[in-house]
Each structure stands twice: as C-alpha cells, then as structure tokens.
Write a new protein. Sequence first.
Length: 643
Amino acid sequence: MRLIEFCRYCWSPLVALALTVQAATAGPASDVLLPAATKGYVAVAQAETAHDRFDQTQIGQLLGDDAMDAFVESLRKQLTGKFGVIQERLGITWDDLEGVPSGELSLAIIERPGRDAALAITMDVTGRGPQAEALIAAVEKRFTGRGGSKRTVQSAGTTLLVFDVPAADPNAPLLQTVYFVRDNVLCGVNGRDEAEAMLKRFAGTPQDNLQSVVAYQETMERCRQEARGLQPEIRWFAEPFGLTWAARTLNKSVRLRHDKDMAKILQGQGFDAMQGVGGFVNMLAPGRIDFLYRVAIYAPPAKGKENDRLRWNLAMRMLQLPNASALVPQSWVPRMSARYATYNIDILNAFDHVGTLFDAVEGHEDAFKTSMEGIEQDAYGPQVNVRNELIAHMGQRVTVVTDYDTPISVKSERSIFAIEAKDEQRLAATVAKIMKKEPDVERRVFGQYVIWERVPVNVGIQELQIDAPGLNPLRIEEEPLASEDEEREHVLPNSAVCVALGQLMMASDIEFLKELLGGFGQRDMLVSAGDYQQVAALMDRVAPGPRSGWSFVRTDEAFRPTYELVRQDRMPEAETMFGKFLNEMLTTEVEKEEGVRRKQRVDGGSLPNFEMVRRYFGPAGRVLRSDRDGWLLTGVVLDKEAP
C-alpha cells in the first residue's frame, strides 16, 4: 500500500485527531457505540469517498506524482513504524483496511483507570462481508504468529472472537483484543469488557457513550453552526489531558521528568478548563478550497467564576485574547513574506498571572516574585521594574513574520517577532537600560534606528549564573537534550532587538531586521499582494465577524526550506518551524533517550527540484475567534491555481 493510501486512512486522523459526521450505516454511529471514557476519537464519514477526494487535492496529486515514488515509499515505511501501537494492540495494518469499509471508519483511544488504555476501531462493512472476513483472518494470522490464541464466545446473540496475545514485555499481562460484527458494523477493541459494553449500545438509547459527553456535544455543535449546512467528511474530538494520560499508558518507552511533568503542571494551573477540542474537516470545498477545517476549543468558566471577566483559575487566566473587528497586516510587513501571523493578547494581564505557573515549573513558592525583585534591586542588574517599565508600555497585538534566505541551509529560515508598543519612547528607553547590562550584546546604529545585537562572548572567565528569568529578549533558551549540567544553547544565536515602527521587534538575525527596516516605505506591503487579498476575502466569507487571531501562509515558500533540506539529506539538522515539528515526530524513542540527533531515514536524494513541485502548494489562511466558553479556529488551504 503506497503512502497515498496510507495518508487516506491515517494522515488526517492521526495528525489532526479528526472524527466523522454521523453517516447512515446499518448499525449505530461510532460515537454511540464508544464509551464516555473515549479520550481521542477520529472517524471518516465515507472512507472510499474521502480516498477519492484526497487524491484530487493538490497534496494528493503531489503524493501520486511518479517523480515522488521513491521518496513516498521511503517515508511510508518510516511513518508506518511510528504507528506500530495500532498493529500491536489491534493486530491490523493500514494495508488491511483497503477495500473493507463501505461507510464510516473510526479509531478511538479509551481510558481505563488502573490499566493500559484501550484502542477501538469500528467500520461499516455493509456489502463487504468477504473483505471483513479477510481482515479478521489477517488479524488472526498476525496474532498467532506472536504466540497468541483465539477463542469464540457468545454474548448477546453475537459471536466474539477473543485473542489473547503475549505482550512485548514478558513481565506484562497478556494483551486481549476482541473482534465482532453486529448489524454490518465490524468492531475491534482491547478487552472483552469493552467489547460487551459496545454490544449493549447497539440497542435502546445508551447514555454511557461519547455522544453523551458535554464537551463533545459543545465542540461538535459549534463546528456545525459555523459550517452552515456544509457536512464534514471528517470530524474529530479529544479531551486534552485525558488523551495525554491515556496515550502514556501505551508508550512505556517515554521517559518523563517527574519533577517537571509539564502536562501535570498545566493541569494544576487551571488549564484543565479546556475540557474538549474537536473539529470538522472538508476536502474540495466550494471556492477552490483543498482543505477547510474548523476547530472548537471548549473551555467554560471555572465553577464560581461565571461572572468573572477572567473566568478561569490560576495561570489559565493568562489566555485573554480580545477580539477585534479586523487584523490587517501592518504597513511594515513585506509583500513577499512566507508566513504572517498576528494575535491579540492582553499582555499585562498575562504577566500578572504567569507567576503561579513560573513557581510550579521552578518547584518553589514565590520564585517569580523573588526573581522580579532581584531584577529590580540587584545592584549589578538592569534595575528595571519589569511590569511597570517594560510590560506596561506594550500593546496587545503580537505578530510573527517569517521568510528564508538563499542558498538554503539549516539556518535559512528567518523570523521577526513583534509586540505592539503603546509608548514607543519609554519602551525603547527600558530596552536600552536592559541591553546595556548584558555582556553579550552590542549596540548598533542603523540609519535612525538603534539595534541591539547578541554576539558571542569570547572570554575565558566563567560568568556567574543566577537562577532567575533573564530580561534580555535575545537570550531565549531551551532545555538541553542531554544532561542538565551541560551548557544550554541559544535558540536565536544571531538574534537582534529594536524598538521601531511602533513595535518591539525581536529578530532571528540582524540582517533580516535591517532588510525590514531599510526597505520600509520603499516596497509593496503584504496587504497589497493578490494572493493575500484572495485568502483574506475567502476567510471573510467562511469565518466572518470579529477575530482575535489571523494568519496567512504561502505554503510553497514556507515549506521550501524544509523540502530542500530533505533533498540535501540534512533534515535532522533543520531549524525551521516545520522542520522542528517533523524532527520531533520522527525521532525514535531510543534517539530521545540517548539525546542524539535523529538520522534521516527517507530518501531525499530522489526528490525532484522544488520548482517542479511548487505548483502543489497553494496559499493558506486561518482565523481565531474568542468566545465566552473558549475559541473557534477556522482555516483553509487553497488550490494553487484558484482564481
């Protein structure tokens, strides 16, 4: 089975965790059959139709291009290994599914307290009896090959095929998987108890099911209202923290830092107010749209906070994203930007509520307060009141612009992160006060602007390290892969900062910042570009009204650095946004455990020149809207040839 088929069944569901619209099937829909303990759910309404429609999208056409065959096969093998838990627990591969479902196909992960999570698959096999039998035969052969046994059990007038299979860990209990067919719906699930519970939901009006979960109802209804009659081909739902805990039980190789488990920290800081995330996906939607997606995040006010403006608890209160009537690109944003994103956030409020999160990460009370006092009172520091002298002079709009330099290298992607200035003069004075105290920063004058650039410090004396948050925006640091005792690396090694054009601008390198400042007023703006106007007009139609966030992407330009690095067999070194995401997804657990850079396992040398595939990547846009009970995200990817 080539990757194009693999993507049909797996790409959208597993990357986006999508879930289906209720389709007419012989038996109940999957959200009726699955339990309320379902934490992640994806389904396709009509599997074969989705296959065909995906093929017609430009991404589908790209994967089907003969020039991509060697690369596609190489990537397919690598991705198949990433989803081995499905084969281990359910005994199926994506190849087994080809030609089996005639209607809805769903995959779910179910929480089971005190035990490993269960995986479940359902599919409408109306008119596909022989294919369903062949699938179950393949499962039996695979489980038998692993030393498993099969027995048949009668329950509620249905024959259950129960497989007991040794786990990979000889000390672990047997894995149990049950398959059955009822009312032309084939079901497979881990555990006889889960199978019998599913059987009971075939009759009557079951209440203990996914369809009864409030967060599921809310996210699906919000997407339905926004879709305005357009029936989705894919729907999805996840309970964020529940899915995290359930998934962890299926991957025992993941090493967690118990002192800094960020998922547990965020849950304890009020972020569990996000009770559910769900969405709709359409392919080939009206308007030459290849992909149209809507994502609803359900985060109702915390109990007792219904009338509170901030409505949540602890650090979750940081996420105040005010809507605006429009978020038009600023005049300084260049026409040829690869990616543009802008969001409204109440920055002063975020600062006022970040303290408890900072304390939780540091592991002791008042860590944030002590750090802020140290920055203000330390005789050798900048002596700045961060809140009143820095944050208070910032507005509420943040913007990210990315581009790339040629020839393509691991550091080709360039970015500028900008924060709106309420008082540019005072903000510039505070930034200067901070920068002058930094030993690795030099002051540059570029025309009428002052730029502060971080440069390597070549001194033999070890600097005194203080366990406090730095104020220097040029010194963003990340956790090391190996030992904590090793020196941390800067994420932005050639970064620069400047207050100009009504913004506090932080750039990945000084040359990109100079290009932006030097060309201001002498070049076209992004807002005047034809493809930008096309996407903006479309988004006004599919997601009208106020918005708190807006982004525009030229996917060909945004993806090119990553593509070229794959061709050069240097993908593991990529420092692009998309490259880092792929590297994280494709890094093996052994590589993570050893703290080493992953090896490139796909055949990049077989890829054609990028100019030959550029035509498959159209422009994209995304709108975020804040609601009282959460957020709604709407996005599109257009056909490259759309008028």
